[in-house]
Design a protein around this ligand. Structure first.
Ligand SMILES: [Zn+2]
Length: 190
C-alpha cells in the first residue's frame, strides 16, 4: 500500500493530470482502490483550507516514503529531512489512532471519519514496511523507478513487472547487441 502510494509520484511526474493528489476526492478514491480501510469510512467533509493542508501533507509524506524506500533499496542512509517528515506524520497518525486487536497482535485503526485518517493509515503502513521489510527485498525498478517488495522465493526479481520493464529491457539489450555485432566488422577499416 505504501509502495503503491510512493509509485503514484512516478505516474504523475510528467503529467499532473493523473496525479492522485489533485483533490481530496481523488486522493480518497485512490486510497479506497488501494485498500486503505480508513478511506471507505471517511465521511466528514473538509474546508478548502483543511483540504489543501491534507494534500500538502500527503505530497510531503509521499516524497518522504519514496526517498526512504529508494535509500533502503540502494542500501544507503536515509535523508534526515525525509525521516523527520515521516516521524512527525507518524506521531500525528498514532495520536489519532484507535488501538485494536488483530488476532493476537496490537494494531491501529483510524475511525474518526476524517479524510485525514486515510493518510494516517498510509503513514503507519509505510513505517511498518520500512521497519520490518525482509533484508534485500525492497527494490527499485532500474527501468522506470517503481519501488516494490520482492516476494519471489529466491529474491531474484529485478523489474517492477516482467511484462513491462523486464521485456522492454530485454528488447533494449537485444537491439544493442545486434547493433554492436553489425558495427564490429566495420571497425578495423576505420
Ligand atoms: Zn519498471
Amino acid at each position: 500500500m505504501a509502495l503503491d502510494f510512493a509509485n503514484t509520484d512516478i505516474d504523475s511526474e510528467s503529467d499532473r493530470s493523473t496525479d492522485v493528489l489533485r483533490s481530496v476526492e481523488e486522493f480518497l478514491a485512490w486510497c479506497s482502490y488501494a485498500g486503505v480501510a480508513a478511506a471507505s469510512s471517511a465521511h466528514t467533509g473538509l474546508s478548502v483550507t483543511e483540504g489543501q493542508s491534507l494534500l500538502r501533507s500527503a505530497a510531503d509524506v509521499r516524497a518522504a516514503i519514496r526517498i526512504a524506500v529508494a535509500a533502503l533499496a540502494r542500501q544507503h542512509g536515509i535523508d534526515g529531512t525525509a525521516l523527520r517528515t515521516l516521524r512527525s506524520a507518524y506521531a500525528d497518525a498514532i495520536g489519532q489512532a484507535t488501538p485494536t486487536l488483530d488476532g493476537n497482535h496490537l494494531s491501529w485503526a483510524w475511525e474518526s471519519g476524517s479524510p485525514r485518517d486515510a493518510l494516517s493509515e498510509l503513514v503507519a503502513s509505510a513505517v511498518d514496511l520500512l521497519r520490518d521489510h525482509p533484508a534485500g527485498r525492497l527494490k527499485e525498478c532500474p527501468s522506470c523507478g517503481f519501488v516494490f517488495l520482492d516476494t519471489t522465493r529466491n529474491g531474484s526479481r529485478r523489474w517492477c513487472s516482467m511484462e513491462d520493464c523486464g521485456t522492454e529491457e530485454k528488447m533494449r539489450r537485444y537491439i544493442a547487441k545486434r547493433a554492436e555485432t553489425r558495427v564490429r566488422p566495420m571497425s578495423p577499416s576505420r
